[in-house]
Design a protein around this ligand. Structure first.
Ligand SMILES: [Zn+2]
Length: 525
């Protein structure tokens, strides 16, 4: 069976939990085998919905699972094989996200779009970390309120997400909106003896107690405890992997926290970063869900801690598939402000690049490869986009208003590349092969209106995953804009006859004036 690798790893995960029950402090688990919540490895692929079907061929989506350290066929937990719960660690809103962060979010968008292309119903959850060490420091420095400070960076983040053509996550929970859920989760861990209150008043997760009950800490990294320093306690959210340490779940209030604290059964304080993601992901997607994504820098300690807290509290496997995106270098070096190679999306837009060009470049390399992001590469993205835009523009010109079923050759080859652990390089290769072929047929004048419509249909299917979209309309010529402004003046003067005449004149010149709350908008007819 193709599932052999997956079965072994998943069975191993299950046996961990069988031992957990023996420890006797967790409620019964209910692994029910083939008919229970986890699909059987023996479940025949042929009846699994959601596999790629093209030209009578069936392609299962294969992804590298960090949990099992292997490439596996993706199968959702939903017995109907339809619904997929996907969580991606979101931004910590204390500054504008940089291009390294954006690589992860564009990668998450690619995963979601690939699943949707594959006919899955995805619930995409991305948290907003709006309380954390760095945020509190800056709130204090800028003498502002937490909400005011984080609100502006949250808005900027969502605007940038749109500029990059990413679909907005269905659920965007804020940590500060989930304090009761976080407290409840910590209470469970305390009741089960895995968390304890330290002399500093904070509540910590005990790695030793967790491991003592047969649970495995370090499932993603396969940590070797013999080589690690014994656990010390860490209050900070980020810590070095040389020392696996008890980490803070609830941080007791300190004078530096100012007004940022909440009452709790453990005293006034605030949540640690790691517990936020456990509480919010399980609230939105249930105690066990399909996919958890993030940048590889989050594997340790953040994701290991998420697993330990969640599985420690529920006694159930937390996530079935873990996907991690690799690092990004800029101009061959680690990004840093002192090297002058630190870019936010806004820095790149200010240099004249568009969101779709940045998206293209971020999507040009495999998600598990370290990617070298360069300004030359962005110039290359501009050329590549122009080549696609020109070809699609010509197709539209030939197809006019003809309709046809999408041409299956490109879609099938593209789907096959993506099904192979999201091999985007090969997928783009198919797209550009298609562009060359189409250009050849256009040059030969051998492309009928229907054939052009079929190729356009194929491009639209492919673009539902790539998310490049149409080339933005060029702005209206100045004379048209002037006329539109004149019309607004006429309307203000209540000269509606003149206003209507101008609208008609503009329409005659191929532009439509649309009134908006901010004035008007011009659309090419
Ligand atoms: Zn997280």
């Amino acid at each position: 069976m193709k599932f052999a690798g997956e079965a072994g790893a998943w069975q191993a995960a299950k046996s961990t939990f069988a031992y957990f029950i023996i420890c006797g402090f967790i409620r019964p688990l209910g692994f029910a085998g083939p008919t229970g919540i986890f699909p059987s490895p023996e479940f025949p692929l042929s009846v699994l919905p959601g596999a790629f079907y093209f030209a009578g061929q069936q392609m299962a989506l294969k992804l590298f699972n960090t949990l099992t350290h292997s490439i596996q066929e993706f199968t959702p937990l939903d017995p109907a094989g339809k619904k997929v719960g996907m969580y991606c660690c979101g931004p910590t809103v204390y500054d504008f996200a940089h291009i390294g962060n954006w690589r992860t979010f564009v990668f998450a968008d690619l995963v979601r779009r690939t699943l949707e292309f594959n006919d899955y119903q995805v619930t995409h959850v991305m948290n907003i970390t709006d309380v954390e060490d760095k945020i509190i420091k800056r709130v204090h420095e800028q003498q502002t309120s937490l909400r005011e400070f984080t609100g502006k960076f949250e808005t900027a983040f969502l605007d940038d997400l749109k500029t990059l053509g990413c679909k907005e996550p269905h659920v965007k929970p804020r940590a500060t909106g989930h304090i009761p859920e976080i407290i409840l989760l910590i209470e469970k861990l305390v009741a089960r003896g895995i968390a304890y209150r330290a002399p500093d008043g904070s509540v910590y997760f005990s790695i030793e107690k967790y491991r003592g009950c047969g649970c495995q800490y370090g499932q993603l990294l396969k940590l070797n405890f013999d080589e690690l320093r014994p656990g010390e306690r860490v209050a900070s959210d980020e810590y070095d992997k040389e020392s696996v340490a008890d980490f803070a779940l609830w941080k007791a209030r300190t004078p530096e926290d100012g007004s940022v604290f909440w009452p709790s059964p453990f005293g006034d304080g605030r949540p640690g970063w790691h517990i936020e993601c456990s509480a919010m992901s399980m609230k939105a997607l249930g105690e066990t869900f399909d996919l958890h994504l993030g940048g590889e820098d989050l594997k340790f300690p953040h994701h290991e801690d998420e697993i330990a807290q969640s599985e420690g509290a529920t006694g159930k496997p937390f996530v079935k598939h873990w996907l991690h995106g690799a690092h990004l270098l800029v101009e061959g070096k680690k990004m840093s402000k002192s090297l002058g190679n630190f870019f936010t999306l806004r820095d790149l837009l200010a240099r004249g690049f568009s969101g779709r060009e940045v998206r293209y470049l971020l999507l040009s390399a495999h998600y598990r490869e370290t990617f070298n992001f360069t300004l030359d590469g962005l110039q290359g993205a501009k050329t590549a986009m122009a080549r696609i835009d020109e070809c699609v523009g010509k197709l539209r010109g030939i197809a006019k208003d003809h309709a046809a079923a999408p041409e299956p050759k490109l879609v099938s080859a593209f789907a096959k590349a993506l099904a192979d652990d999201l091999n985007v390089s090969a997928a783009w290769g198919e797209v550009f092969k298609g562009v060359s072929e189409t250009n050849r047929r256009i040059a030969e004048n051998s492309l009928s209106e229907t054939a052009a419509a079929a190729e356009l249909g194929a491009w639209e299917q492919v673009d539902s995953v790539l998310g490049i979209g149409r080339k933005p309309e060029a702005g209206a010529p100045p004379e048209i804009t002037l006329l539109a402004e004149e019309r607004i003046a006429a309307k203000k003067a209540k000269d509606f006859k003149r206003a209507d005449a101008i609208r008609a004149e503009v329409k005659g010149k191929g532009w439509l004036i649309e009134d908006t709350t901010k004035g008007f908008q011009l659309k090419k007819l």
